[in-house]
Design a protein around this ligand. Structure first.
Ligand code: NAD
Length: 443
């Protein structure tokens, strides 16, 4: 089989590479010439564990290639499916901006020469497949040709940091189709990924489009709910770590995704929650739960800063803060909507000095923060002369630091733990002031 994947970001590159891994001939297309040139040399635009080696291996076996020339890939190359995996950033009103998706659809319509399933992998609102169909039809009409094609919706559920595992062994694959022919192509494509008994769920296209938003909105809701509970625990003298264990053992609730923290970020939850709220309001319905989810999340991004502000009695000028972790979550370099940015900017506004370390996201962080902060060579260097340590992203390497060394390097022994990964009692015994989220506070 042969396919094209348009858009070579986190989703497109992982999708293309994983399809190549199971023996499908894949061409990944992007308009970013530098990105494609680098990929041809084996240089990846993103950090994703295991991806570089998989790209190199499949490129060497000539199952995976890269191009900027959508026209010649789509025209007469025997592709059975073309995946659209370009960005759908939030527009000013919060709705998903479909200009990249529809631009690709039009290009496909302009150049396709035989039956093709055009699959939307980007996260798009209900009704988008219809717009994609229309855009292609208009182009075919303008060319005066009648080439059969189908549209399909195949939302992606991979998690950055575990993307390969998620793609190769998905919990489920959701595909929205409107014809048996498209269903057959999609079944053939995904057959190699069903070995572990995970379901390939076919449904109508609007339901598939909605499924992605419903999944992300549910996950965001869990996070905001636990953050709200954590904040109340703190006020009432309860410990959210205990509460989490207490509720998580109920199978109806489950123990995943109920960890409090400093708010969700990344390229998906914030924009998808916004887009769903927007879709609803455009159609005369108010998503009240999600409106609160968003509100709680915004507030939560300041929770750590508020604790810092209170500890230092509002006087942060000239203080030095070591920040461990910058990416919005571990095992990725993605800085989009990272809570670290909110905290760091607030500290800088107050005249504080910030020394940060992240295992892979410092280059991306430089794009957002420039040289307004200092970057450590490692987590310990970032601590030198710090008045406090802020644990922002729970990278595995930050979990068990040598606190004797930490204490020696810092000017003052204060830890603000935004992810509750440390034991407050243990740290207090070592002479640290410790602040977590939803747990007994220092002093
Ligand atoms: P990304 O920004 O990393 O990549 C998008 C790529 O598309 C870029 O390389 C860009 O140059 C390219 N592009 C834009 N217009 C193009 C065009 N006309 N032709 C060819 N290439 C073009 O985005 P991403 O994080 O991979 O997300 C893509 C989509 O997948 C979004 O809708 C997102 O919501 C969804 N999604 C993302 C994740 C994730 O974890 N990142 C997970 C599931 C779904």
């Amino acid at each position: 089989m042969r396919i094209a994947v348009v858009g070579t970001g986190y989703v497109g590159l992982v999708t293309g590479t994983c399809f190549a891994e199971v023996g499908i001939d894949v061409t990944c297309i992007d308009i970013d010439e530098k990105k494609i040139e680098n990929l041809k040399q084996g240089v990846l635009p993103i950090y994703e564990p295991g991806l570089e080696e998989m790209v190199t291996r499949n490129a060497q076996k000539e199952r995976l290639s890269f191009s900027t020339d959508l026209a010649s890939v789509i025209r007469g190359c025997g592709c059975e499916a073309a995946f659209i995996a370009v960005g759908t950033p939030p527009g000013e009103d919060g709705s998903a901006d479909l200009k990249y998706v529809l631009a690709v659809a039009r290009q496909i319509g302009r150049h396709m020469s035989e039956y093709l399933v055009v699959v939307t992998k980007s996260t798009v609102p209900v009704g988008t497949a219809q717009k994609v169909r229309q855009a292609i039809e208009e182009e075919l009409e303008a060319r005066g040709v009648d080439i059969p094609f189908d549209v399909a919706s195949n939302p992606e559920f991979l998690k950055e940091g575990a993307a390969i595992e998620d793609f190769l062994k998905p919990d489920r694959i959701v595909v929205g189709v409107a014809s048996e022919r498209a269903e057959k192509v999609m079944k053939k494509l995904y057959k190699p990924f069903l070995m572990n008994g995970h379901p390939l769920i076919f449904m109508d296209i609007p339901s598939a489009e909605m499924t992605k938003y419903a999944a992300n909105a549910m996950l965001a809701t869990k996070i905001s709910f636990m953050n709200d509970i954590a904040n109340l625990c703190e006020i009432m003298g309860a410990d959210v770590n205990m509460v989490r264990k207490g509720i998580g053992s109920d199978a109806r609730i489950g123990n995943k995704f109920i960890y409090p923290g400093i708010g969700y970020g990344g390229s998906c939850f914030p924009k998808d929650v916004k887009a769903l709220i927007r879709t609803a309001s455009e159609n005369g319905y108010q998503m009240r739960v999600l409106q609160s989810v968003e509100e709680v999340n915004e507030r939560q991004k300041s929770v750590l800063y508020n604790k810092i502000h209170a500890h230092f009695s509002g006087d942060l000028s000239g203080k030095t803060f070591a920040v461990w972790g910058l990416s919005f979550k571990p095992k990725t370099d993605d800085m989009r909507e990272a809570p670290s940015l909110v905290i760091i900017r607030k500290l800088l506004e107050q005249g504080a000095r910030v020394k940060a370390y992240d295992p892979v996201a410092m280059e991306e962080a430089r794009h957002a923060l420039g040289e307004a902060i200092e970057y450590g060579k490692d987590e310990y260097e970032a601590l030198i002369d710090a008045d406090a340590l802020l644990l922002v992203t729970e990278w595995p390497e930050f979990r068990s630091p040598n606190f004797n060394v930490v204490a020696r390097l810092m000017r003052d022994r204060v830890v603000f733990d935004g992810r509750n990964i440390y034991d407050g009692t243990e740290l207090r015994e070592k002479g640290f002031a410790y602040y977590g989220i939803g747990v007994k506070q220092q002093v």
